[in-house]
Design a protein around this ligand. Structure first.
Ligand SMILES: [Zn+2]
Length: 62
C-alpha cells in the first residue's frame, strides 16, 4: 500500500479537513467491496469512501 495514502475512518467526512461538504460520484464495485469517489467542496481533496459488502439473503423470483 502507498505509505503516502491518507486513511481516515470517518464516514461521510473529508479525510483532509473533516468537512461534511462532499460531492459523491458513482458507486464502484471491486470484489467484495464498493466505494464512492468523492471530492471535498471545502478543501478540494478527493478520495474514495469504502464499504464492505456483506451477504444479506437470497430471494427467488416467483
Ligand atoms: Zn476537505
Amino acid at each position: 500500500m502507498d505509505n503516502d495514502e491518507l486513511i481516515c475512518h470517518c464516514e461521510g467526512a473529508c479525510g483532509c479537513c473533516g468537512s461534511l461538504n462532499l460531492e459523491f460520484g458513482t458507486i464502484e464495485i471491486v470484489d467484495d467491496s464498493i466505494y464512492y469517489p468523492f471530492t471535498c467542496l471545502d478543501c478540494g481533496a478527493d478520495g474514495k469512501e469504502w464499504y464492505d459488502l456483506k451477504y444479506s439473503e437470497t430471494r427467488m423470483n416467483q
